[in-house]
Write a protein that binds this ligand. Structure first.
Ligand SMILES: [Zn+2]
Length: 174
């Protein structure tokens, strides 16, 4: 796994919480453009992380899940992948060749329609579509279901495009 991290703007203070950032929109856009398109195209998940505030440390809103619970779900998801790709030279969704994924392990039809619409609309490259397909499989594996649904594809697209997740899909995936 490769993880990149960068500041939201040249000074590093920009956020939705009114910190003291004096960078203009053009400066922020130019700063983000320093990451080249072909590199960004290979990043499966983009998340914007807000600075933590007092509310994040409030136990009433803290994540109800422990690391052990999350680990158990990830272990189960990886086991599903190991079983699904039994006899193949790869073990995880992230390693599965795109062409074989399309042929042998498709998503639900509605999921492919959704992803194809992004490709035809010029918002997603073919390579990006393969990566969305892989992430959708991982979401299905985390939920313990046998095929990625349109919801899984929608969440994978939002994860890729850095968009906030919808509460409705979060409940289904979580
Ligand atoms: Zn700034």
């Amino acid at each position: 796994m490769v993880v990149f991290a960068c500041n939201p703007c040249p000074c590093g203070q920009f956020s939705g919480r009114g910190r003291s950032c004096e960078c203009g929109p053009v400066e922020r856009r130019n700063y983000r453009k320093r990451m080249s398109g072909p590199i960004l195209d290979r990043i499966d998940i983009t998340r914007h992380v807000e600075p933590t505030g007092p509310i994040d440390r409030d136990p009433r809103v803290a994540s109800p899940e422990s690391s052990e619970q999350v680990r158990a779900r990830v272990t189960a998801a990886r086991l599903r992948q190991l079983q699904r790709y039994d006899g193949r030279p790869w073990r995880t969704n992230g390693q599965a060749p795109g062409a074989l994924l399309e042929r042998h392990w498709p998503m639900e039809r509605a999921a492919h329609v959704l992803v194809d619409a992004e490709v035809y609309g010029g918002r997603l490259t073919r390579r990006g579509a393969t990566r969305v397909h892989r992430v959708a499989w991982t979401l299905a594996d985390l939920r313990g279901v046998d095929i990625p649904t349109k919801d899984d594809a929608a969440v994978a697209l939002r994860l890729r495009q850095g968009h906030p997740l919808m509460a409705s899909t979060l409940r289904r995936v979580g």
